[in-house]
Design a protein around this ligand. Structure first.
Ligand code: PLP
Length: 393
């Protein structure tokens, strides 16, 4: 009988190089992180990853924002082990299970009150982009309308509808609106005035019968744009988006795939402005490092029919157990508040550095979701790269 040869985890530069070589000859040209990070992870704990070559790395990517507790946190491992040891089925389609029930309890305990009291949850395919598609289908079914409002700089995923909402694929169904920002304000003014003009533009497109924009099925917004460059939406602007969508019966979808589970200094980033969206799109950290995505939404939007959004992988028990443990740990240990206070300290120091170094264009963020915009130092910048007059350079 042949013994299965498990890959060695002893450090070996030759093994490390062999694996990378085979990856580049066999995997798709579309692979992403692997191109710029020639690492072969074999062990990880917290912030640290150990490679097959024996080198240790500090993981500042945090699984693209999906590791609220870092790698292999003990409460996550314990939750996964307890499901494995219990003999529970690992594949259950969308059937009810005690593990799912506990996850749903924990998720609802974190949600804005209005959604927790009367909202619904739909378990989607496991990626954030699947949940975005589900949200679009939900609001289109509920409103009978087609169009979507989305923002410049947005990122919602790589499937067709999500790409269109991100502006990466042309679409007649998506109207793109200005997202307020100081450093590269589309109106050249930044600050409150920039946010006011951005809101005014949105309002006039919706209300001017000659704008060519029909009443849409929804508006989708990231409370802090992630891939767009870590841009926190001003609270007042977000409240205005909430008010003007509510007044026109346009469902507001908050994409909290990247901002959720404490990262921005609140459990959900919408809490900073106090708005309650009609739909929340959640993924990444809610699975405690394993794939899981859901939408939660106002009960009266639940007009789709059985099977309208079905799929094989909707019941990842390990992800639900890991996710429930993560949500509970973040909630019980006040980790959102901790991210808020650490974020203030970090922003303060980074802002001081920005004052000293010409290559730092802007430092911005919320909680521990922080971005530093590096620019070519003054003198080396082309006209296009220079921010508008009146803003710090
Ligand atoms: N929405 C936001 C705000 C994201 O940042 C991402 C991914 O980075 C997605 C959606 C898509 O998630 P996924 O990569 O899991 O499909």
């Amino acid at each position: 009988m042949a013994l299965t040869q498990l890959p060695s985890t002893e450090p070996s530069v030759a093994a490390h190089e062999g694996i990378l070589r085979r990856q580049s000859s066999r995997e798709s040209a579309a692979r992403t992180y692997a191109r710029s990070l020639p690492i072969v992870p074999v062990r990880a704990r917290g912030l640290t990853i150990e490679g097959a070559d024996g080198r240790r790395y500090l993981d500042c990517l945090s699984g693209a924002g999906s590791l609220a507790l870092g790698h292999n946190h003990p409460v996550v491992l314990e939750a996964i082990r307890s499901v494995l040891d219990s003999g529970a089925p690992l594949h259950v389609l969308d059937l009810a299970t005690p593990v799912k029930d506990a996850f749903t309890d924990e998720l609802f305990a974190t949600l804005p009150r209005e959604l927790a009291e009367s909202g619904r949850v739909q378990f989607c395919g496991p990626a954030g982009t699947d949940a975005v598609e589900a949200a679009f289908k939900l609001v289109r079914t509920a409103t009978g309308r087609e169009g979507l409002l989305a923002f410049t700089g947005a990122y919602h995923g790589m499937t067709e509808g999500a790409l269109a909402a991100s502006g990466a694929a042309p679409s007649v169904r998506v109207t793109r609106l200005p997202y307020p920002q100081d450093y590269r304000c589309p109106f050249g003014v930044g600050g409150e005035n920039g946010a006011r003009l951005a809101a005014r533009w949105t309002e006039s497109l919706l209300d001017d019968p000659k704008s060519g924009v029909r009443r849409p099925a929804a508006m989708i917004v990231e409370p802090v744009q992630g891939e767009g460059g870590v841009l926190p939406a001003p609270d007042g602007w977000l409240r205005r988006m909430r008010a003007l969508t509510a007044a026109r019966s346009i469902p507001l979808i908050a994409d909290e795939v990247q901002t959720g589970v404490g990262r921005t200094g609140a459990f959900w980033a919408v809490e900073h402005s106090g708005i309650v969206p009609d739909v929340m799109v959640l993924s990444k950290a809610i699975g405690g490092s394993l794939p899981l995505a859901v939408i939660v939404y106002r009960g009266d939007l639940d007009t789709w029919q059985p099977g309208d959004h079905a799929g094989t992988f909707r019941g990842n028990q390990l992800a639900m157990a890991a996710g429930a443990a993560t949500l509970r740990h973040v909630r019980e240990n006040g980790l959102a508040e901790r991210a808020a206070s650490l974020g203030v300290r970090m922003l303060d120091r980074l802002l001081r550095l920005a004052g000293e170094y010409d290559c730092i264009g802007e430092v911005r963020g919320a909680g521990l979701m922080i971005g530093i915009e590096f620019v070519a130092p003054e003198g080396e910048r082309s006209e296009r790269e220079r921010p508008e007059d009146g803003r710090r350079s």
